[in-house]
Design a protein around this ligand. Structure first.
Ligand code: RIB
Length: 300
């Protein structure tokens, strides 16, 4: 079966400690829990898309140790094509140090490890994969030069490009027009546009050449902004949050799956909102991601 969604992906091992509240500088707290789980915004979004029924392929660079094998085993189990995942022998894998607080919110420090070596050369080698895709997605955890080439190839084949701009960072002016859909959260959107309100920020990014801005707003849902169209707000879900790790990745991956299956915007956003809300109901990024059936059942 042809690949529908390609992810230029980061892969991290998440080292997660559960503590009561954010640390002060110089403070030590005893953690109430600890987990070592799969993560990385790219891998997470790819798995979210696969669980929603999309055929998914990865372009990634991972380390040579056991944690790299953990990724390969996970992708095989999820039915994700990983023939364009390369290994940097002797290099460490991406690692995320995550603190989760009692209210389910978190802080994350990411060391990209072998992922920092993902380059346009690796993307060029995956032309045959990219040429099948209907959606090509990435996050800011992978080098921008690799993302840019993947998006250029995607557009030359008529595929849709989708960027989750996390972690938020200044982007080069010539990357904006290569982005069909941008999925920032509220903080990332305001930072990228240097604005103080969501609508102004979204219009700023549209004026730089982005095709559509979908801002995620937590339990307030999400809003879609496009040039010359009224904004579309889709209500969220009030759920008791256990852990928000990977909620944004679940939203992005589900949206990619829905758009790759030609889903109309209102339905695609409703679907992505629901999957993201469900993903907050258990600990960890991938552990909590719902299947398509779970989302359909929950939405009734
Ligand atoms: O978005 C959550 C992810 O961010 C975690 O899985 C962690 O690896 C970091 O990349």
């Amino acid at each position: 079966m042809a690949v529908e969604v390609v992810c230029v992906a980061s892969w991290n091992v998440d080292l997660i400690a559960h503590i009561a509240s954010p640390l002060q500088r110089g403070q030590t707290q005893l953690a109430q829990g600890f987990e070592r789980l799969p993560g990385g915004k790219g891998s997470n979004a790819a798995i979210a898309a696969a669980r929603q029924g999309a055929q998914v392929g990865l372009i990634a660079r991972i380390g040579g140790d056991d944690f790299g094998q953990m990724g390969l085993d996970l992708w095989a189990k999820e039915g994700i094509h990983s023939q364009f995942v390369v290994r940097g022998e002797g290099e460490v894998n991406g690692t995320a140090l995550i603190l989760v607080y009692a209210d389910g919110d978190n802080s994350i420090a990411v060391y990209p490890g072998a992922g920092a070596g993902l380059s346009p050369v690796h993307v060029s080698a995956a032309q045959s994969l990219l040429s099948q895709a209907r959606v090509v997605m990435a996050s800011c955890e992978v080098p921008l030069a690799a993302t840019r080439l993947a998006f250029e190839i995607a557009k030359s084949h008529g595929a849709l490009t989708l960027l989750n701009p996390a972690p938020a960072m200044p982007l080069p002016a010539d990357l904006w027009p290569c982005i069909d859909v941008l999925t920032p959260n509220e903080g990332e959107l305001l930072m990228l546009a240097q604005a103080t309100d969501v609508a102004t920020a979204a219009r700023t990014l549209l004026s730089r050449g982005v095709g559509a801005v979908v801002v995620t707003l937590g339990e307030r849902g999400c809003a879609l902004y496009r040039r010359d169209e009224a904004p579309l707000h889709v209500a969220g879900h009030a759920v008791k949050v256990v852990d928000t790790i990977g909620a944004g990745d679940t939203f992005t991956g589900t949206l990619a799956a829905a758009l790759s299956q030609s889903c109309a915007w209102p339905e695609a956003l409703r679907w992505a909102n629901a999957a993201a809300a469900l993903s907050t109901q258990a600990r960890g990024a991938v552990t909590a991601m719902p299947s398509r059936t779970q989302v359909q059942t929950w939405l009734g």
